[in-house]
Design a protein around this ligand. Sequence first.
Ligand code: APR
Length: 235
Amino acid sequence: MSKYKNIVILTGAGISAESGLATFRDEEGLWNKHKVEDVATIEGFARNPDYVHDFYNEMKKELIDVKPNKAHLAITELQKNYPADISVITQNVDTLHEKAGNENVYHIHGQINQAVCMNCGNVIATWDDVTTEDICQNCGVLGMFKPNIVFFGESLLCMNKVDELLRKCDLFISIGTSGVVFPANTFVRTAKYHHAETIEFNLKSTANNYDFDKHIIGKAGETFPQYVKDLISCE
Ligand code: APR
């Protein structure tokens, strides 16, 4: 009889760090090398769509061959061997959860291998470059694609599902997020309000540290697989 029935795992850039990907706010983070207002806001995109397309087309080239690490693989291990509904809510736009075989993955900030037509809402999946020269096959309009990345100021994706998952979860796990970005940094509070146990995996204490019942400090690729092993063995 498993202790937990509905598990939600929230992930951030830190879970992908051991796959060699930069996070956003650590020392070598993306936001130390690029201005958020230039590449992650709708105003920045309107100001210079070619520059923003180039930024994400470059990121796409980096991400296409990156491999999942032991933390991603441990989620698959848990989903396969622990009898509970286990969902992943990720802030990451990489596809490492999918490459690791994770199921029930919800990308609330979008995905690097997708683009959305701002005229008709058509979403396409592509690892190729997306530019202002592309024509939407759905509505026929030229140059209206943007990366399917949620820019600051835009609404998050999958939020109805996220709300449903947070209301019914009895275990909320956060892996590799600094907890500074709204509304993902409030998910732990919603889960807690609905009586979930809350546990955080990070290299260090985070902005919403006090919201968690437990903190496991260390590299997620080491700490989380061990946690999964212990959870499955107690099952
Ligand atoms: N193991 C565990 N945690 C790690 C590891 C690791 N190997 N490496 C880094 N971390 C932790 C850092 O300590 C930090 O708390 O991962 C976190 C990364 O934080 P951010 O760089 O702020 O990334 P994230 O929390 O995902 O950012 C949220 O902000 O800019 C937006 O859309 C962007 O999705 C992103 C959102």
